[in-house]
Design a binder for this molecule. Structure first.
Ligand code: 147
Length: 658
């Protein structure tokens, strides 16, 4: 019995447009939102903030993204926080909230050709007449979305290219038709609808969706999520563009980078998908929130300016530096396909230029968050490409290589190689597993080396914030709203932060959250004795009826109904206070009466601290103390209410107790 180990395989492939080209390449993008994933980016210091934006958007620089997809805020938690709606209530509109407008303008400034795309996760409650669905009154919902498109145009001079339906929730044919018609009534024919952005497209019956001729005509592209590079046959053969409109969501080490490399190629090779959008664009949410480091790079320390350019940025560059939207893939078998020894190749052309991208990511080094990746083998291989058709006379190609290493040696990432001279219309390459190659007639400069990135530091203490130096309606820095919307109010006499969501939104999270909340600081704050003080006020009209300030808040995101911590509760118009170890007050540590009621329309000073086995609180001068018997888990400082209603906050101060 003899044992053979196959160490290498030869494969021959054609690069040709003789029988025409394949589908149009529609671009690679990143998603800001779904939710609040760019929260910390906007408060970065310069020059780091501009460097980061260059790394995301500047052509032929870093990721050089071709599409920016953003959340249309809906005032509710949508994974790592909530984003503000442009219409908290039916009678008001505001297009200066949050940071997505800013981000879109920064992206456009760097790449005027970048496509912009908006998609809602959650909606303010009024959109669905306070029921659970935005489709109750399709005209209302369509007008709400079209207002956002018009706000982008009229207030920010931004042209929105694509608009979606409702992220990963049911779609509704009559809503799609109504949205198309309201867009058209507003002379927004150029704004294209992508749908359904559904996680479970497969095995849903595609016939019910686009074989409805009017729906088919209303759509520009079919967007699916986390397809695992595959689509059911009837979808894969659709004449509509097929996009992986949310994908990736993987920890951004070199396995995450490997996931991204594999799906960027194979979404086309296996699924005919011509655009892929990474969730998320950049990890700019606090560590300690769900899906840590799921961005193409990390920037979660605005107080230092520290950031990390992770390798998914350079995997993106392997495609985006060498092909523009509007180019075409070459067809399966004549420029694109699977490699005999494992991995894949795609070719892209504008009719003259040629770009070939090869990836040989092994199974264990390219696992994405979902779906399950079936087993397969990648081995070293000799690849021979025969170049035909329009590409027959190409004399040489520029070559860029990434080789990931998982054995403590450092990876070689997006490094320019010697030019490849094509002899006899033939390209020969020896390729090892876990590599990405680009061979192209397009030249791109060497990878930029970021220097002078500030060192990381924990959230600075003591920290104080008086909300005095902001523009009206802007979102306070570092205060990461988890549900509801905190915005600056400037009057002639005072400036403060107000929570502005006054009724239950149409939530995106599967489990409803009880009210509004926001966190600030560090998820690891635990042992250190810590004190938070703040002023709070509940307006008599539309004011919140149960307010909290909290320490050690953990268990956030869509799981926020399990949030634990130390919650100090005040009930406006009563003298009642309580301290609980969880958001639902399932475990109450102490409760009692204050010497004076918490009146409406009045500022109240409160503070809360832990030290050793004791916790203590001060409310307008009343002093409360109790033994601490809660969990030792660390967590953020938090504020909020157990209901929806205005609450005003000012003079936040956090310090460690000496
Ligand atoms: C997606 C959301 O659209 C994003 O906002 C973000 O939450 C992302 C995180 O991976 O996930 O939602 C999904 C949630 C669950 C599944 C798929 C997508 N799932 O269990 O298959």
């Amino acid at each position: 019995l003899s044992l053979y180990l196959i160490v290498s395989v030869n494969g021959q492939y054609q690069i040709s447009d003789i029988t025409g080209v394949g589908r149009q390449f529609d671009g690679i993008g990143g998603l800001s939102g779904g939710g609040a994933t760019s929260k910390l980016l906007v408060s970065y210091p310069e020059p780091q903030r501009s460097h980061i934006l260059d790394l995301l958007f500047k052509p032929q620089y870093g990721a050089a993204l071709q599409i920016l997809k953003v959340e249309i805020g809906g005032d509710a938690q949508t994974t790592d926080g909530s984003e503000s709606s442009h219409m908290h209530t039916e009678n008001e509109e505001n297009y200066n909230r949050g940071y997505e407008w800013w981000l879109m303008k920064e992206a456009k400034m760097r790449n005027p050709n970048i496509a912009l795309w908006g998609l809602p996760w959650a909606f303010p409650g009024w959109v669905g007449d306070y029921g659970p669905s935005p489709y109750k009154n399709t005209t209302k919902a369509a007008n709400y979305i079209v207002n956002w498109v018009k706000g982008a145009r009229d207030v920010h001079n931004l042209t929105i290219d694509f608009i979606g339906i409702w992220n990963e929730r049911t779609w509704d044919n009559s809503y799609i038709l109504e949205l198309r018609s309201v867009l058209n009534q507003n002379q927004l024919q150029s704004v294209k609808i992508v749908a359904p952005d559904s996680i479970e497209f497969y095995p849903l019956d595609y016939t019910g969706f686009t074989q409805n001729a009017s729906v088919f005509n209303a759509l520009h592209a079919i967007g699916v999520h986390y397809p695992g590079t595959q689509l059911p046959e009837n979808t894969r053969m659709s004449s509509l563009p097929l996009w992986s409109s949310e994908d990736y969501s993987t920890f951004n080490d070199d396995v995450g980078a490997g996931c991204w490399a594999r799906i960027l190629n194979q979404n086309y090779v296996n699924g005919n998908m011509t655009s892929t959008i990474a969730w998320n664009l950049i990890t700019s949410y606090y560590s300690g929130l769900p899906y840590p480091r799921n961005g193409l790079m990390d920037a979660m320390q605005p107080w230092t300016g520290s950031y990390v350019v992770q390798d998914p940025i350079w995997v993106t560059a392997h495609t985006t530096h060498f092909a523009n939207v509007g180019w075409h893939y070459l067809k399966h078998g004549s420029g694109s396909g699977l490699l005999r020894g494992g991995g894949s190749y795609v070719s892209l052309t504008d009719g003259q230029n040629l770009t070939i991208i090869i990836e040989t990511m092994s199974h264990d080094h390219s696992i994405c968050v979902r779906p399950k990746l079936p087993a397969y083998i990648v081995i070293a291989q000799n690849i021979t490409f025969t170049v035909l058709g329009s590409f027959y006379g190409i004399p040489k190609l520029y070559v860029y290589k990434t080789q990931f290493r998982y054995d403590n040696q450092s990876s070689q990432v997006f490094e320019k190689q010697d030019d490849y001279t094509i002899i006899d219309h033939t390209i020969n390459l020896q390729v090892e597993p876990d590599c990405v190659y680009t061979l192209s007639t397009v030249y791109s400069p060497d990878r930029v080396q970021e220097n002078s990135i500030p060192a990381p530091q924990p959230f600075p203490l003591p920290y104080s914030e008086n909300f005095d130096i902001y523009e009206m309606d802007s979102e306070p820095k570092y205060l990461a709203q988890q549900n509801g919307a905190w915005e600056i109010v400037n009057t002639s006499t005072e400036s403060f932060a107000r929570q502005k969501t006054i009724s239950r939104p149409i939530e995106w999270c599967p489990a409803p959250l009880p009210g509004a909340s926001a966190v600030i600081g560090d998820s690891s704050w635990q042992a250190l004795p810590i004190n938070v003080s703040i002023k709070v006020r509940s307006p008599a009209i539309n004011g919140a009826r149960k307010l909290f300030v909290a320490l050690k808040m953990s268990g956030l995101g869509c799981q926020a109904h399990f949030t634990s911590g130390i919650f100090l509760w005040l009930m406006p118009n009563t003298t009642t206070y309580s301290i609980s170890y969880d958001l639902y007050s399932l475990t109450t540590a102490k409760s009692g009466q204050l010497s004076a009621p918490i009146s409406f329309d009045t500022w109240h000073s409160i503070s809360l601290s832990t030290m050793g086995n004791t916790m203590s609180a001060q409310i307008n001068g009343d002093y409360i103390s109790a033994p601490f018997t809660g969990s030792t888990t660390g967590g953020f400082v938090g504020i909020g209410s157990f209901d929806y209603g205005y609450s005003d906050w000012d003079d936040l101060m956090i310090h460690d107790v000496p």
